[in-house]
Design a protein around this ligand. Structure first.
Ligand SMILES: O=C(O)CCC(=O)C(=O)O
Ligand SMILES: [Fe+2]
Length: 374
């Protein structure tokens, strides 16, 4: 296993050695249309990755998935002191090798993990002394690679926090300042059910004007300034034919409803049409809202603001895994209390990386808190 993720070497000009310089096709990057993005609530960066960028991106996601799977299988979950950390232990029948094997291969499959463990890992890290995460020849970051690819892979760290072309892409979406909200792998294995219609909130939801269903009264043509924008990268594509494709409802973000962000999400297309979509219109055209589904070729990305309802299709059996990385940035919140780092990154990792001089100034800029302490 390569250990480059821990001690990133730098080239003479300060760029990490893992950097793929020609990552994005400039003509696709330059074609971004801010008016369309604000009005329709999405932007497709079709085929934006160069061949080299796409190949490297896929390799990283495959390697990270393998690391995640190995940690799941190799860790002695029964030996970890969960109670001492204020956590419920996993159920014995869910940490057998047979059950654990069903938690591998793709994202959101670690069903054996007790409630609160992900949060604990983010906040404190699951470290020794005492039994903790078992890794094969590289350092544990106390968090699973699925949830913290940035800490385990140099290339992903670069593209998510520092790569000039990626930062240019985010600057187009946000303007000058944006801070990391979260970054997760979203690898969907064949048979994965995907995700039913839902949207998200900004920060902890403290500025939401509608509840998770909403009244419809907040419809406006004004693009919200406080935004958390998701950018999904599919290095091998995500087509309707193979499933795992993304759907959105152009214009629906203008209702400012964080649809079912924190509840069950049972709605398929028929339920949406018969329910929430009924009577809803596009604020600019007055026309009824309609769903759109993307068939994205390899190397594509798509960006959308947090209030955009979205849907992920069932990944068809017999297809390869749909490889995906979610990078969510947000506008800094002027009313957030001062802090050192964004809560989009595990504090234990960023403190250590900064202390050891491993954070580039570019990375620092996006990992700093909303209102950074001096
Ligand atoms: O593409 C996926 O698998 C999930 C997308 C999604 O719901 C999200 O990124 O919020
Ligand atoms: Fe989502």
């Amino acid at each position: 296993m390569d250990t480059s993720s821990i001690h990133s070497s730098r080239t003479d000009n300060g760029a990490p050695a893992s950097r793929v310089h020609d990552l994005l096709r400039p003509e696709v990057l330059q074609a971004f249309d801010r008016t369309f993005f604000e009005r329709e609530g999405y932007w497709v960066w079709e085929g934006i990755l160069t061949d080299a960028g796409r190949k490297r991106w896929t390799e990283s996601l495959q390697k990270l998935q393998q690391m995640n799977d190995e940690i799941v299988m190799d860790t002695d979950w029964a030996a970890i002191d969960f109670a001492g950390r204020g956590l419920q232990p996993p159920l014995p029948e869910q940490i057998t090798p047979e059950f654990l094997a069903t938690c591998c291969g793709g994202s959101e499959q670690m069903r054996f993990m007790p409630r609160g463990l992900f949060g604990y890992m983010r906040e404190h890290g699951l470290f020794g002394p005492g039994p903790a995460l078992v890794t094969r020849g590289y350092e544990s970051q106390g968090v699973m690679p699925e949830h913290f690819s940035i800490g385990y892979d140099d290339f992903i760290r670069d593209v998510a926090t520092a790569h000039p072309q990626m930062m240019e892409l985010f600057t187009k979406l946000f303007g000058d300042r944006f801070i990391l909200d979260h970054c997760n792998m979203l690898n969907r294995t064949p048979g994965s059910i995907g995700r039913r219609w839902h949207a998200h909130q900004y920060r902890q939801g403290q500025y939401e004007v509608e509840d998770p269903i909403g009244t419809g009264h907040a419809l406006t043509t004004e693009y919200l300034q406080r935004q958390c924008i998701r950018t999904l990268c599919y290095p091998e594509g995500a087509t309707i034919e193979e499933g795992g494709e993304l759907g959105v409802i152009p214009g629906a973000h203008l209702y400012r409803i964080p649809y079912k962000w924190n509840t069950e999400r049972p709605d398929d297309d028929a339920a949406m049409k018969a329910g929430w979509l009924k009577g809803k219109i596009h604020a600019f055209t007055g026309k009824p809202l309609e769903m759109a589904r993307f068939s994205l070729p390899p190397g594509s990305m798509v960006s959308f603001p947090h209030h955009m309802p979205h849907h992920v299709g069932h990944r068809k059996p017999g297809t390869p895994t749909r490889w995906g990385l979610l990078i969510a940035y947000r506008t800094p919140d002027p009313d957030a209390s001062s802090a050192k780092w964004t809560n989009g990154i595990p504090a234990h990792w960023v403190e250590r990386a900064a202390a050891e001089g491993r954070l580039s100034s570019a990375a620092r800029r996006v990992l700093e808190a909303d209102n950074p302490l001096d």
